[in-house]
Design a protein around this ligand. Structure first.
Ligand code: GAR
Length: 207
């Protein structure tokens, strides 16, 4: 059984997709053992509790400095001893000590086709605002392993989504979630649980 910690910050629709796909058997051999939010008001925490999953908030505001927060976050994750950490809309740059302790065992979902519209400043709705501003005709989502830099780790899955003339950032965000994120994130977890994903340098191989 793959033991998963899911880290969240907001609405938690990706968390919900994972919960639902475990429940209906699309994700096999996997258990969410813990949900962690950096934001006490995150609706994702309610979703976790409703699904009977232990959910906690570790907020930077409760610690004197960043390194104390980083330490507490790592300690909280270690309590659950997960095999995999899933960043599902987690708006915190993963501290280096967590990257080091869980190398090759942290994945993130990003709402664009990396390497487009990613890196510093590209998160949440902003990603879709930038895609519309630039006038791209196709966008999508990416699931990738997390390394020390932002959105640079080996890519596991990507899915393209077409942009329409009348799109607003909100409409596009919803379409990218429905047509891409909520599909490829559960799929990636299922592949990892089945031992089918290996990292080869900057790339992944799926068997
Ligand atoms: C999702 O679109 C996710 O891809 C994005 O935040 C949203 C969270 O929604 N993540 C990033 O931008 C990370 N760089 P959710 O809380 O409803 O899953």
């Amino acid at each position: 059984m793959l033991r998963v910690t899911v880290c969240v910050s907001g609405g938690g629709t990706n968390l919900q997709a994972i919960i639902d796909r475990i429940a209906d058997g699309t994700i096999r051999n996997t258990q969410i053992v813990q949900v962690i939010s950096n934001n006490p008001g995150a609706y994702a925490l309610t979703r976790a509790k409703e699904a009977g999953i232990p959910a906690v908030c570790v907020s930077p505001k409760d610690f004197p400095d960043r390194s104390a927060f980083n330490e507490a976050l790592l300690a909280k994750i270690n309590e659950a001893a997960p095999d995999l950490i899933v960043l599902a809309g987690f708006m915190v740059a993963v501290p280096h000590e967590i990257c080091a302790a869980y190398r090759g065992r942290i994945i993130n979902v990003h709402p664009a086709l990396i390497p487009s519209f990613c890196g510093k400043g590209y998160y949440g709705l902003r990603v879709h605002e930038k895609a519309l501003e630039r006038g791209v005709k196709v966008t999508g989502a990416t699931v990738h392993f997390v390394d020390e830099d932002l959105d640079t780790g080996p890519i596991i899955l990507q899915k393209a989504v077409e942009i329409q003339e009348s799109d607003t950032p909100e409409i596009l965000q919803r379409r990218v979630m429905e047509q891409a994120e909520w599909i490829i994130l559960p799929h990636a977890i299922d592949l990892i649980a089945a031992g089918k994903v290996t990292i080869e340098g900057r790339r992944t191989h799926i068997s």
